[in-house]
Design a protein around this ligand. Structure first.
Ligand SMILES: [Zn+2]
Length: 243
């Protein structure tokens, strides 16, 4: 892309229009929507509480700098040597967290470098290594506060996150099934003899077995045990009830 010397292309963070500005421009009016757009680098040297902190350039949070914001958006990276406490941070160009950095907030970016000593106190990170900005939805960053982040496109990163989530769900289901079987057992022990109780505990066991069978190996074991236990109880009750 041949560009006029001394100019750069920026993207309006209000309407996402791209246009060229002079290389040394600080703020400009968007060529499309007319709103004021910050295009220069922002240096944060002290505590700043703002709703939105956005620039088409870079944000540098100095050692004593602190950003407290709902939305932080930078199109040419963020360097953090102080504190970032934000609800959401969208960064094109990568994030550097220095050894003295403190971070809290959801982050979506292409890459992160975290130096030893940096503190991350919370936040969900979505990072796609080697992905284009489009894969992260960074070509079309959300411009409205509170607007949910667009879903990621099909990247390898996303897949592995999905698999991890499935595994987590599976183990939760297994735990649930185990808890249900324990409950059924307790119920049966507490009120022995009545057929209704036996039926109820059996159905609880079946329900928990169903939940478990949706997933794989680990919960299958639990489901089996649940089934066995339930059967035993029913048999035991039939015996006691009959004699
Ligand atoms: Zn605009």
């Amino acid at each position: 892309m041949a560009k006029a010397a001394g100019s750069k292309t920026v993207q309006c963070y209000h309407c996402r229009q791209q246009f060229d500005v002079g290389a040394r421009a600080m703020t400009v009016a968007c060529a499309k929507c007319g709103q004021r757009v910050i295009v220069h680098d922002l240096e944060v040297k002290n505590a700043q509480g703002v709703t939105k902190l956005r620039t088409c350039g870079k944000i540098i949070v100095e050692r004593k700098g602190k950003i407290i914001a709902q939305l932080v958006e930078a199109h040419q990276g963020i360097e953090v040597h102080g504190t970032v406490d934000a609800k959401r941070v969208c960064v094109r160009g990568g994030v550097l967290m220095g050894a003295k950095a403190t971070w809290r907030g959801d982050l979506r970016t292409e890459r992160v470098h975290i130096e030893t000593g940096a503190k991350i106190q919370g936040g969900r990170f979505e990072i796609a290594t080697n992905a284009s900005a489009a894969d992260l939805g960074l070509e079309d960053l959300p411009g409205v506060e509170g607007e949910p982040l667009p879903p990621l496109n099909g990247t390898a990163e996303k897949q592995s996150i999905g698999q991890r989530a499935a595994a987590a769900r599976a183990s939760r289901a297994a735990a649930k099934a185990a808890a249900a079987s324990a409950k059924a057992e307790a119920k049966a022990n507490a009120a022995p003899g009545t057929k209704a109780d036996a039926a109820r505990s059996a159905s609880t066991a079946t329900a928990s077995k169903k939940t478990a069978s949706k997933k794989k190996v680990a919960k299958k074991k639990v489901a089996k045990t649940t089934k066995k236990k339930a059967k035993k109880k029913v048999v035991r009750k039939k015996k006691t009830g009959g004699s």
